[in-house]
Design a binder for this molecule. Structure first.
Ligand SMILES: Cc1cc2nc3c(=O)[nH]c(=O)nc-3n(C[C@H](O)[C@H](O)[C@H](O)COP(=O)(O)OP(=O)(O)OC[C@H]3O[C@@H](n4cnc5c(N)ncnc54)[C@H](O)[C@@H]3O)c2cc1C
Length: 323
């Protein structure tokens, strides 16, 4: 029985937000092929599944094993193989994360299946799954045809439209046969330092600063604006590379893809690698002193000027309009 399988994680009873995005992408393929959409969740703890945040899949496999509590490639490959064995899909989709970057290629190699990673679009052409992804540092979109009885892809988070949760999928427990004991033993887990602000990936408003901000000493302009607008802070890669802020704030090809209603780019030139992270932003406002900056081609609204004058005035005006 063929199907479109989506594989994700379950923690505290909830799948990650990327799982609904996989369901959105998977549903389009299921509709095009006439195959059922099937889900598999790898549980990271013992919490019961919250039915109200599950995607509209026909069947959902829940895989729980003490070896899956902490990440280990061998155990995750074994878990995914059980889900693949139970559903015999023609296509399997995963979110593109630090962990899947490690274990999904191992799964593909073990199954001798074609895999394309970090996809931003999927379509079908006959028996080929066409996967689109940025190549050459994001300056070109590459299209790859994956053929075979099993085709695998990891999808970039924040790009595909999420499915609406459904409260009625049939949940089936799946045990992992011959689960491999991970070669690496987890000794301790240390939570990353809290950013203190809004979660970048899910933020509705993002204020992002680039090299044009001029140094860590000026970063308070970005944080002040973000705080006034209840926005998340983002940055371009040189800002993180220079150590002004943590690389967790980077937006773009080597950072996060964001999906805000409003993205304010301050002192950012608009390199393709940065634009790759804001393709799903609804409205982009750019503040840049160079009228020829590339960012203005992507921006819906732009102001040419020194951000030190423009940004505080812009924030003040928004606050006036809100009150
Ligand atoms: C493989 C690869 C991956 C990459 N991944 C990423 C990524 O994920 N994210 C990313 O951002 N980059 C990434 N880059 C880097 C990217 O190519 C650009 O170098 C980078 O985005 C430029 O950052 P920037 O716009 O802040 O700086 P710049 O290009 O230096 O632009 C600074 C801008 O600030 C403006 N400015 C200067 N002073 C002021 C002022 N007072 N007021 C207003 N505007 C001012 C300037 O006019 C200029 O447009 C990647 C590159 C490679 C090769």
């Amino acid at each position: 029985m063929a199907g479109i399988l989506i594989v994700g994680d379950l923690a505290a009873g909830r799948p990650g937000s990327e799982f609904l995005e996989l369901a959105g992408a998977g549903a389009a393929l299921a509709q095009a092929t006439g195959e059922p959409l099937i889900g598999a969740l790898i549980a990271r703890d013992n919490a019961a599944v919250r039915q109200d945040c599950l995607p509209p899949v026909q069947r959902l496999y829940l895989i729980r094993d003490s070896e899956l509590r902490h990440y280990g490639a061998a155990a995750f490959v074994a878990a995914a193989r059980s889900a693949l064995g139970a559903s015999s899909p023609s296509i399997a989709l995963f979110a593109h994360t630090l962990e899947t970057r490690d274990w999904v290629p191992q799964l593909a190699a073990a199954l001798d299946a074609g895999l394309v990673m970090d996809c931003v679009a999927l379509s079908l052409d006959g028996d080929a799954l066409i996967a689109t992804k940025p190549v050459y540092g994001g300056s070109v979109w590459g299209e790859f045809a994956i053929r075979g009885t099993l085709r695998l892809a990891t999808l970039r988070p924040g790009v595909f439209t999420p499915a609406t949760p459904s409260d009625k999928p049939e949940v089936m427990q799946l045990t992992v046969e011959h689960i491999a004991v991970n070669a690496v033993t987890m000794i301790d887990e240390v939570a990353a330092a809290a950013s203190g602000g809004v979660n970048l990936k899910n933020a509705k408003v993002v204020v992002s600063g680039g090299r044009g901000v001029g140094g860590a000493k000026n970063w308070h302009y970005i944080e002040g604006a973000a705080s006034a607008l209840r926005a998340a802070v983002g940055c371009s890669r040189p800002v993180a590379d220079s150590g002004w802020v943590s690389s967790a704030y980077t937006v773009g090809l080597s950072g996060s893809s964001v999906t805000p209603d409003l993205y304010i780019a301050v002192g950012i030139s608009g390199a393709v690698q940065h634009l790759a992270g804001i393709s799903a932003a609804r409205t982009v406002v750019a503040i840049n002193s160079d009228a020829d900056a590339e960012i203005f081609a992507r921006a819906d609204l732009g102001v040419v000027g020194d951000y030190k004058e423009v940004l505080p005035a812009f924030v003040k005006r928004i606050e006036q309009l809100k009150s």
